[in-house]
Design a protein around this ligand. Sequence first.
Ligand SMILES: Cc1ncc(C[n+]2csc(CCOP(=O)(O)OP(=O)(O)O)c2C)c(N)n1
Ligand SMILES: [Mg+2]
Length: 567
Amino acid sequence: MVCESLLREGVEVIFGFPGGAVLPFFDTLPQYPKLRHILVRHEQGAAHAAEGYARATGKVGVCLATSGPGAANLVTGIADAHLDSVPIIAITGQVARPFIGKDAFQEIDITGITQPITKHNYLALDVASLPRIFKEAFYLARTGRPGPLLIDIPRDVFIEQAEFHYPNKVDLPGYKPTLQGHPAQIKKAAKLINEVQRPLIIAGRGVIISAAYAELKELVEKAQIPVVTTLLGISCFPESHALSYGMLGMHGMAYANFAVNDADLIIAIGMRFDDRATAKVSAFAPHAKIIHIDIDPAEIGKNVPVDVPIVGDAKAVLQKLNKQVTPTQHIDWVRQLDDWRREHQAINIRDTNHLLPQYVIRQIYEVTRGEAIIVTGVGQNQMWAAQHYWYDKPNSLISSGGLGTMGFELPAALGAKIGRPDETVWCIAGDGGFQMTIQELATIVQEKVAVKIAIMNNGYLGMVRQWQELFYGKRYVATPLSSPDFVKIAEAYGLGGLRVKRKEEVVPAIQKAMAEAGPFLIDFEIEPEENVYPMVPPGASLSEVIEEPKKEGKVVTDSAKLPVSNI
Ligand SMILES: Cc1ncc(C[n+]2csc(CCOP(=O)(O)OP(=O)(O)O)c2C)c(N)n1
Ligand SMILES: [Mg+2]
């Protein structure tokens, strides 16, 4: 029933790990050679790999684990998918029905645990219900705002038998996503756009999910509206376009943040006003009216009051909106943004012989000619990858935005490469995050997945160290980090590896990694105390950007003035 359902939904790959409760499933699997099972080394890896697959392809990713500890290990990946609207299905085994609620061996209430972090979840208590459940789960994962679903199947349900009838449609009266956008609201939005002087688009991951690339570009060019993106919106609009002003937010470009601060109209598309994007929310876009286009009505007005809400799919809404927008120019506004961009060149890289992470990312961009899919860890490495690679190619940055999950990088890169085998996939890892899911190197080698790995090895939990440097009087508590010899680790796992300590070794090493047919790891020993700039300090508004100090010296910030929030 499970395998047949997966085939009906077009599934080709399952990332999983076995155990007693799911043994009947694994025993059946060889009868389904079209279902490729990838044995991960930890179930968290399965969930992130399913996410990487889903983020890279737009298809539903599938992961599978046994009951109890197996299911529990999926939780971080499910939460990650939930916060970033990633369509995955997690299948878990459960103890047999008579044992449920008895604290049986390897029993946990995984539907209870994942209730707040799934779009919906199921405990399948009847074998005949399995086809309907799978049909619904895939439908829910794919439609409306995508997200994770979980299907928990007791061991004795796995071994029962019933007739297999796969439904050809779902019957979910309470679930009818609004796609088209209300015509009156779209008309209001067009009127505003046609009237204002300083409009700004903030584009998020919703544009990528909806594949509204052409529609966004049409709006931008027709009405000459500058664009900034959220972290997850990166690669929804070509970054080398003259009207692209990069990422906004805590580590966004100063000029992108100034643009938000000065705009008289914000057109927010498929983004949810996350606090890393808005900074101090009461001071967000103080002069602007806000149009918010989002498929999820729960996002409207959640963080920021909105003047014109439009609930719908980005592509469908933009198609209609574009027809009502008149061709315009905003010469003074665009000139102002260009001036800011000239004055605040955060993307410049300091000229030094030290091995700067920004330089490494920039060289990966040069060698791959901007054609790679970049999968990042969380922390400084993530921000440098967002800032210093130029994303012109649609959907080419994969990153854990909402949850900010260290350890995402390696398994997500594995999933991305499985989903798009013809693309070059670079995993940009932190030395801390890499050690959280390092075991997936074995999966990569066993399954011959040619992921290229660049570890930004600064010997620190770098982003936390940066906060300690700036806001906690340089007291580096619990952030200096030792690591194993990553090149020897690579060798032990059976892939090639190189260590790079000097600037002139960077390009040859990247070229060597690209020339290898299989996976390859480079351990870049980068400048240990390099910081990510620009930075909007926690609690400050987007206009209060700290920029990179001009000299090699360190920034001094009066921490007493800054409210402390959680990292
Ligand atoms: C699972 C998890 N634990 C803790 C954190 C908090 N955190 C955010 S960034 C960071 C440091 C990451 O260190 P590393 O992977 O070496 O990346 P770097 O910032 O040095 O590039 C930490 C600990 C997190 N994001 N995720
Ligand atoms: Mg680090």
